[in-house]
Design a protein around this ligand. Structure first.
Ligand SMILES: O=C(O)CCC(=O)C(=O)O
Length: 348
């Protein structure tokens, strides 16, 4: 295992492998047979929730959100109030970035210390099997320095506008989650650090892959933070979530924002809300772009099951830990195909 100082091996940009025209992917991307993608022919989709229902049929909408958090850990929000042009623009500006010449992107090459910038691997385990994905990672809130790419020129402005909208939406959802859990409406807002919530972004680029049945765009993982707002590529499916041991392919709804519960909300709710494993499959004919906005608790606050949710029948399942400590704990490993928060569970 390498340290968090540098990558253990030279990093290869996946886009350049894709563009080489080679019909065989390098061995480092070939997953063990049990981790390879399976085609799944089900019509099941994650719940689609109309947020406008909060005004017109509040009780029903609150109940739909509660069930989605408890049973799915994932839902798509429509009528969320973010302009359709901004939803498209925030994702498409990253597509433009990934199509910049390699020299432009390489100026932002990242290291595993903060992950900020342009990268092509997660985790520092030497000899690890890698994912078919390039990405750009940005620390956005609560840290003094954000490494914005200078191209395309409007990227920062678009992302700042999008971020303001997501912060608004995040605050609305934390209020709903608190009420649904039987807590005071500002409970989760305070548990996340009030106005000091953290946020980071990962723009994902999954180039065309000549052998999509052998690899994954992103290995199975749960999100370490509070909750994630995902803009999927509407033209190319790829996101799969694990439900009852089956992989379900998410069918994106036009201009919806996908929300998923992260590990910190699973800990705070003492597993009433589920942080669910998900992964990404790749495509032989089409590239795919997605934008994940991670809405997180403040770095140095202790996160632990909320005392009102702990009873003699439902004892606290997790020890207290700051988000910063948790992130360091999982960053050495990269996505590992299991629910990372499970390894924290207190012995009982
Ligand atoms: O590309 C996707 O649809 C999912 C991305 C994701 O899970 C992540 O960035 O953590």
């Amino acid at each position: 295992m390498g340290s968090l100082g540098d990558w253990p091996e030279p990093v290869v940009c996946v886009q350049s492998l894709s563009e080489s025209g080679d019909l065989v992917i390098p061995d480092q991307y070939v997953k063990p047979p049990l981790e390879r993608p399976s085609l799944c022919f089900t019509d099941i989709n994650i719940p689609v929730i109309d947020l406008a229902g909060l005004v017109t049929s509040r009780e029903t909408t609150m109940k739909q959100i509660s069930e989605a958090c408890r049973e799915w850990g994932f839902f798509q929000l429509v009528n969320h109030g973010v302009r359709a042009e901004l939803v498209d623009g925030a994702r498409e500006i990253w597509r433009e970035f990934f199509h910049e010449p390699m020299e432009v992107k390489q100026k932002y090459a990242n290291s595993p210390k903060t992950y900020e910038g342009f990268g092509s691997r997660l985790g520092v385990e030497k000899g690890a099997i890698l994912d078919w994905n390039d990405y750009y990672y940005l620390n956005y809130l609560s840290l003094s320095h954000t490494n914005w790419p200078s191209q395309p020129p409007s990227l920062r402005e678009v992302m700042e506008e999008y971020s303001n909208e997501i912060l608004r939406l995040g605050a609305v959802l934390l209020k709903i989650f608190s009420i649904n859990l039987g807590l005071k409406e500002d409970h989760l807002h305070n548990a996340f650090g009030g106005r000091d919530v953290g946020a980071c972004l990962r723009a994902n680029f999954y180039p065309k892959c000549p052998q999509p049945d052998l690899t994954l765009g992103l290995s199975s993982h749960s999100d370490p933070g509070g909750m994630t707002f995902l803009l999927p590529d509407e033209q190319v499916c790829g996101l799969q979530i694990r439900k009852n041991n089956q992989w379900i392919t998410v069918k994106p709804t036009h201009h919806a924002i996908i929300v998923n519960i992260g590990d910190q909300l699973q800990v705070l709710s003492n597993t009433i809300y589920k942080s669910v494993e998900h992964r990404v499959i790749v495509n032989p004919d089409k590239e795919r772009v997605s934008l994940a906005y991670f809405y997180n608790p403040k770095n140095n606050l202790l996160i632990q099951p909320i005392s009102e949710l702990v009873t003699s029948e439902t004892p606290a399942l997790y020890p207290p830990m700051t988000f910063d400590e948790y992130r360091r704990f999982i960053r050495t490993k990269g996505p590992h195909g299991k629910l990372q928060v499970e390894s924290l569970k207190s012995p009982r």
